[in-house]
Design a protein around this ligand. Structure first.
Ligand code: GAR
Length: 212
């Protein structure tokens, strides 16, 4: 059974995009480290199995990560998708899921790893911003890039407007990346990702291109 586990901490709009995408999976489970994450209610509405592993109940990161991995492994997932999961994961956890742990990040990595990406982008005066789906490796917000979407930064942009336009693109590229993975169309070789049979779409700048 092809199964997907989505990890969230809050709003869950990327999770929702994944749940709405009609992905080729038989089972989707959503796990939150935050019992108050509003995404949990959305997940339930979509019929996904939900659970909570509250990081505050554990003495340290290692203990939390062990409990999280135990919960994840009950679903035997082909892929684990971090969707606004705001906990730093231990090396051991990342190594355990190497090659099947994906993340969405609100910048064109390797620019602006970490937090407050939109504010920092505006501060730097960059003209092109965007988002990235990548495999998770030991270095935070690095790792082989699966797909990116770029948008122009407009003169009137605020942190809020920029975040909203980037988020729209996040909702397009994350389901695409997960679909490719589930269809076994992603070849991962060292730091390079190759997508089998991808093509270009002209609505935004995507690399690699989305199917028409
Ligand atoms: C998204 O913009 C996602 O890219 C970002 O948090 C937001 C979560 O929103 N993730 C990170 O910054 C991870 N480093 P969502 O809960 O509505 O998907």
């Amino acid at each position: 059974m092809k199964s997907l586990v989505i990890l969230i901490s809050g709003r869950g709009s990327n999770m929702q995009a994944l749940l709405e995408a009609g992905l080729p999976v038989e089972h989707i489970a959503v796990i939150s480290n935050n019992p108050d994450a509003s995404g949990l209610e959305i997940a339930r509405r979509y019929g996904a199995e939900t659970s909570i592993v509250d990081h505050r109940a554990f003495p340290d990161r290692q203990a939390f990560d062990r409990a999280l991995a135990e919960k994840i492994d009950t679903h035997q997932p082909k892929l684990i998708a971090l969707a606004g999961f705001m906990r730093i994961l231990s090396d051991r956890f990342v190594q355990h899921y190497q090659g099947r742990l994906m993340n969405i990040h609100p910048s064109l990595l390797p620019a602006f790893p970490g937090l407050d990406t939109h504010a920092r982008a505006l501060q730097e005066g960059i003209k092109i911003h965007g988002c990235t789906v990548h495999f998770v490796t030991l270095q935070l917000d690095h790792g082989p890039i699966v797909i990116q979407a770029a948008i122009p930064v407009l003169p009137e942009d605020t942190e809020k407007t920029l975040a909203a336009r980037v988020l729209q693109q996040e909702h397009r590229i994350y389901p695409q990346a997960v679909r490719w993975f589930m269809e076994d169309r992603i070849r991962l070789d060292a730091n390079q990702v190759e997508i089998v049979d991808s093509c270009v779409n002209e609505i935004a700048l995507y690399s690699p291109g989305l199917p028409e």
